[in-house]
Write a protein that binds this ligand. Structure first.
Ligand code: PBG
Length: 332
């Protein structure tokens, strides 16, 4: 619809006279409810250690993870995504630990849910923390095998659901896994387990620091995930991926990375109008945080990045800066 806008009837600066006015007419508002904090929990480890390529982010032993989650809750955030850092002696070519019902991550989830029954806990489904080659699936004839991988991911999902994860988040990008995992959850009476699908996950170099954090980068070496993660040149394919995952039973879809893929977030929210999350990944975080720590960028760029992701259409955002931004927003 064409509306005639003419100066001086229209002076857009009238509504920018002070911050109260600016806030009153703001179209996008970010709150602690929109933020999810990822957290790295390390096997066979006590205490807390820094991650070189992720300023201000740490690997925690389970005891310290509990303290960290207390602090996350204090910041006003109620959702976390847990990522295991598995001892390299426990990794193998099949990622066997992923399907051991008594494994490190399920014990950790158990412990966390006992302490914090209300926290919304998201658990990743993929084999890369557990494989000695760093891929998300099993390799057969030099290829990450789709269907054999799904069989393992189903067992991994059931274990995570039984440990108490509220959301199961397949990040592996195998075709058809959402449908088969959904069926297994239903068959085993996990009717309320939420499937958060990493539906449009791009083959991005922005994951580098995460792979350092979980110790999969040296295992992966020069090998690429391009045979399962999406080509960064494609947008319509993302809609195709999302349509498939919704049909197969995803409750929420996720786009990843976030800031270089705002057009994808926007297109998916516009087209499907279902809960849509975005993951501001490790490389996005580290880039901004390093520049902030060096004094090259004002610290408000972090909030700006999150608001841009929300404005694009994300309902919630996984971000390593979640706790810090939430504290800032609540003046803690
Ligand atoms: C594993 C997984 C990755 C991330 C989340 N789950 C890495 C990858 O696909 O290589 C990346 C998160 C980040 O960079 O912060 N399947």
């Amino acid at each position: 619809m064409f509306i005639e806008r003419k100066f001086p009837n229209t002076r857009l600066r009238r509504l920018r006279r002070n911050t109260n006015l600016i806030d009153l007419v703001s179209e996008t508002n970010l709150s602690s409810n929109d933020l999810i904090q990822p957290i790295f929990i390390k096997e066979n480890f006590d205490g807390t250690e820094p991650i070189d390529s992720m300023p201000n982010i740490f690997r925690h032993g389970i005891d310290n993870a509990i303290k960290e989650i207390e602090d996350i809750k204090k910041s006003g955030i109620n959702s976390i995504a847990v990522f295991p850092v598995i001892d390299s002696i426990n990794k193998d070519s099949k990622g066997s630990q992923a399907v051991d019902a008594n494994n490190f991550i399920s014990n950790s989830i158990n412990t966390i849910k006992k302490q914090f029954p209300d926290i919304i806990l998201i658990a990743d489904v993929a084999l890369d923390p557990y494989t000695d080659h760093g891929h998300d699936g099993v390799i057969i004839n030099d290829q990450v095998d789709n269907d054999e991988t799904i069989k393992i991911l189903i067992d991994q999902s059931l274990i995570l659901a039984s440990a108490g994860a509220d959301m199961i988040a397949p990040s592996d990008m195998m075709d058809g896994r959402i449908g088969l995992i959904r069926k297994a959850l239903e068959d085993n009476n996990y009717k309320d387990t939420i499937l958060l699908s990493y539906a449009a996950k791009y083959n991005s170099k922005f994951y580098g620091p995460f792979r350092d954090a979980v110790g999969s980068s040296s295992n992966l070496g020069k090998s690429s995930k391009s045979s399962y993660q999406m080509s960064l040149k494609n947008k319509e394919e993302a809609l195709h991926e999302v349509a498939m995952d919704i049909n197969e039973g995803a409750d929420i879809v996720m786009i990843k990375p976030a800031m270089p893929y705002l057009d994808i977030i926007h297109a998916i929210k516009e087209n499907f109008k279902i809960p849509t999350f975005a993951y501001q990944v490790s490389g996005e975080y580290s880039m901004l945080k390093l520049a902030i720590n060096e004094g090259w960028l004002d610290s408000d760029v972090m909030l700006e990045s999150l608001i841009s992701i929300k404005r694009a259409g994300a309902d919630a955002i996984l971000s390593y800066a979640a706790k810090e931004i939430s504290k800032e927003m609540q003046n803690i």
